[in-house]
Design a protein around this ligand. Sequence first.
Ligand SMILES: C[S@@+](CC[C@H](N)C(=O)[O-])C[C@H]1O[C@@H](n2cnc3c(N)ncnc32)[C@H](O)[C@@H]1O
Length: 242
Amino acid sequence: MTSPHPPLREFYRHPGEREHFVRDLFDGTAPWYDWAIAFLSFGSGNWYRRQVLTRAGLKRGDRVLDIATGTGVVARAAAHIIGEGHSVIGLDPSIGMLIAGREKAQFPNVQARSERLPFRDQTFDFVTIGFALRHFADLEAVFNECARVLRPNGKIVILEITAPQSRIARGLLGAYMGGFVPVAAALVTRRARVGRMLRYYWATTRDCVRPNVILGALRGAGFREPRRNVDIGIFSEYSAGR
Ligand SMILES: C[S@@+](CC[C@H](N)C(=O)[O-])C[C@H]1O[C@@H](n2cnc3c(N)ncnc32)[C@H](O)[C@@H]1O
């Protein structure tokens, strides 16, 4: 079993409370999620997601499963590339996030966890995971499931923020993502819970396993040639073939 990060006792007391905490966190902040991430990333989020999927080779006609879809930001980027009559399914355990996403696009959505995907073997050409790997219980379980539902020659693409290793860069990013952004977002939305969601966003990023562990878990699930591309030092894009 590979947990993406150790228990974060500043947010919940017992490791067994993590899953419930995460679901509550996203259910309770779903209406502000898209605004919050646009604020965090200076509005570049949608553009960036589209770039990554295009680079990974997503094309018209592909069947896509976007796991941990949330409000569907990656799913919408995928649909934009695939075009009319697109085939994108979003999956997420948070009903609040799925409902908030329905106002923006009507994809078939499934309320489920990534550790157990309710799909037949070899159903999809692409599996995407956007900024959510940190919330899974076990990377191996999720990657095994992704490999199972992908067709031969299918592809997995994972977007994630990686905290820099240099103490200075890490401190600066922490001051921005874990300090300024949560305080400003809570003030603007007048919702303390939006600030807490963003503080958790940073805490999980800060304590996330390093990229070599993620690449190793992909390899362990049988993925071919797992690789990582990095933009401006922190935006990691993992991809691998089935
Ligand atoms: C930061 S949001 C990412 C949303 C979207 N993919 C994006 O790119 O903005 C993280 C999402 O992961 C979901 N999540 C948490 N645990 C999960 C699990 N075990 N399986 C699938 N999704 C999960 C949360 O409900 C939340 O919607």
